[in-house]
Ligand binder design. Structure first.
Ligand SMILES: [Ca+2]
Ligand SMILES: [Ca+2]
Length: 234
């Protein structure tokens, strides 16, 4: 179970006194479990500027008009254009009663916040809820096995833990690239960003649509906030 591994590694981190370890470059790993998900402090990636691409209403298109290259980093807030039911499924357009950030808001109902994230500032998708999803058009330059690093923060401690998964769209069919990834409690008050490192993801080459699917809130009120996900070739 991925969840068990994360909890185990989290406990191991605390035991090793590594919970406050700061990663500064890309993917400096604080602890590892060769067979599954590991967790470490999120690295800092500068965020790209806002797009100047003008999409055709209702048609799915990548945020910048061209796909994101993989290997590389996908910023969660730069999901595809297209709108509800096309490039995302947004179920809480009241944004859970909270106000998003004007710097980040795309005016489509997805709750984007602006956060200071361990030394830099950037936009993140917040207050997702189960059965929501967001899609990203990418161009996989090299087929093969990747480790995917998801940068998350989660301030709810309740069990069971919430989950999400990464999928690839085959037409209208979502094909799982990961199993459910369990999101551990990282710290209150939602400021301590961690990276969930998921190895062994098989990617085919070429332009394709990826989906982050929020599969369960668990005992929490949300699967948590996500800043970016990064593909590293193994
Ligand atoms: Ca939402
Ligand atoms: Ca981001």
């Amino acid at each position: 179970m991925k969840m068990t591994k994360i909890i185990t590694v989290t406990a191991a981190l605390a035991a090793l006194g590594l919970a406050g370890c700061q990663s500064t470059g890309g993917s400096e790993e604080a602890a590892a479990d060769a067979s599954g998900v590991t967790i470490f402090k999120t690295a800092n990636f500068p965020e790209a500027p806002k797009t100047d691409f003008t999409p055709t209403p209702g048609e799915q298109a990548p945020y910048y008009g061209t796909p994101v290259d993989i290997p590389g980093v996908v910023q969660n807030e730069n999901y595809d254009f297209g709108g509800q039911g096309v490039s995302f499924n947004e179920l809480t357009t009241d944004k859970n009663g909270q106000k998003g950030s004007r710097k980040c808001d795309r005016g489509d109902g997805i709750y984007l916040t602006f956060r200071k994230i361990q030394g830099f500032k950037g936009c993140v998708i917040a207050w997702s809820t189960e059965n929501e999803w967001v899609e990203y058009t990418v161009d996989v330059k090299e087929a093969g096995t990747y480790t995917v690093n998801f940068s998350v923060v989660q301030g709810f401690q309740e069990e069971p833990r919430p989950t999400f998964k990464l999928q690839r769209m085959d037409g209208d069919t979502a094909v799982d690239l990961t199993t459910d990834v369990s999101v551990p409690f990282t710290d209150f008050p939602w400021a301590d960003w961690h990276t969930l490192s998921y190895p062994g993801v098989e990617m085919t080459a070429g332009v394709q649509t990826l989906r982050i699917a929020y599969t369960s809130n668990g005992g929490a009120k949300t699967p948590g906030n996500m800043d970016y996900f990064e593909f590293i070739k193994e």
